[in-house]
Design a protein around this ligand. Structure first.
Ligand code: ACO
Ligand code: LMR
Length: 291
């Protein structure tokens, strides 16, 4: 019989050998004619299927809401510093690992900043599927010394200063009294269009418990996307249980933040170049020099 020589590469998401490239079997002309959006293209290239409109719109909303969060967040700050050092677009967007303590641009995205979506999905799914109460879940995480991914928000609290409680409240970027608008918008959309939001409701119960401990321990945008994406995967009827487990285990969801924030970081690079900003140097006054 005939034997096919093994190939060096196996690929299942796209094919450029015909008249026109196809994404998961869908030709580019169809993508254009049917008015597909970025959410549809992500469905094809990441999930290898066409998802219903409410799902692709949810993906697009995630991308739009996470595209930027101002110049002060760690990724944008680093992109700005790199652009001001005269580096090109791609370097400013990603940049290299400068030292063990300093990453820049996209490389800043990780477990504390923007890259907690996959772990939020993993831990919320595991806890919900095992029937843990929010108390049992949060306390078991505490015992393991792991911060709950998807809970908490970075604060603007320069070290070494003393603040009144009222001033502290104002400096807290997100808290019980100043919720993240992005989280509210995602929750509202899902409540309207998703058949079920049980994972998100579980995340909200976890948030109620963590808020009883400290008022800055809100459900953050990573936690909202992580829990809602579980609802999208489970509720759409388009994925088997095994496929959902695989998506969560591989960790597709931080990709949403990486993709989204690239938009903002590119914008910050252009902004700095347009403004002809000089090399950045951090002010001495903002450093505690000590032995
Ligand atoms: N779970 C449990 N306890 C927490 C959590 C959490 N997720 N976050 C903060 N705390 C508690 C801890 O006691 C912590 O003290 P520790 O340093 O001894 O662990 C204390 O609050 C510190 O609180 P803050 O000063 O308000 O928070 P900080 O600025 O150090 O951290 C951060 C903010 C990194 C977002 C943190 O809340 C965290 O690690 N959360 C989990 C990861 C996460 O979801 N990141 C995504 C944020 S959204 C985004 O980046 C787009
Ligand atoms: C973001 O989207 O970058 C923020 O939630 C993080 C921050 O520090 O505000």
């Amino acid at each position: 019989g005939k034997v096919r020589a093994p190939t060096h590469i196996i690929s299942t998401i796209s094919d450029d050998r015909g008249d026109e490239p196809c994404y998961a079997g869908v030709p580019m002309s169809t993508i254009v004619q049917r008015g597909f959006g970025v959410g549809d293209v992500i469905s094809l290239l990441w999930f290898k299927r066409s998802l219903p409109r409410y799902c692709t719109q949810f993906i697009e909303i995630c991308i739009m809401l996470c595209a930027d969060h101002g110049p002060c967040v760690s990724g944008a700050h680093n992109t700005i510093v790199t652009a001001r050092a005269g580096k090109d677009l791609v370097s400013s967007l990603v940049s290299g690992k400068m030292s063990d303590f300093s990453n820049t641009g996209l490389l800043t995205i990780g477990p504390r900043f923007g890259g907690a979506i996959d772990d939020a999905a993993r831990y919320f799914k595991d806890a919900y599927d095992r029937g843990l109460t929010p108390y049992e879940f949060v306390e078991s995480m505490k015992k393991k010394g792991i911060r709950v991914p998807g809970i908490g928000h970075s604060q603007e609290l320069p070290k070494g200063k003393v603040y009144s409680e009222a001033r502290l409240q104002r400096l807290r970027i997100k808290s019980r009294d100043n919720r993240d608008k992005r989280v509210e918008l995602l929750q509202k959309y899902a409540h309207t269009y998703f058949p079920s939001v049980r994972y998100m409701e579980y995340a909200v119960q976890v948030e109620a418990y963590t808020l009883s401990k400290a008022n800055n321990l809100v459900l953050n945008v990573d936690g909202a996307i992580g829990s809602l994406f579980l609802d999208l995967l489970a509720g759409s009827g388009m994925f088997s249980k095994q496929e959902i487990d695989e998506i969560v285990e591989i960790g597709y969801l931080n990709g949403l933040f990486v993709l989204a924030r690239s938009i903002g970081l590119i914008g910050h690079t252009f902004d700095q170049k347009r403004l002809k900003q000089p090399l950045y140097r951090h002010p001495w006054e903002d450093v505690l020099y000590t032995k």
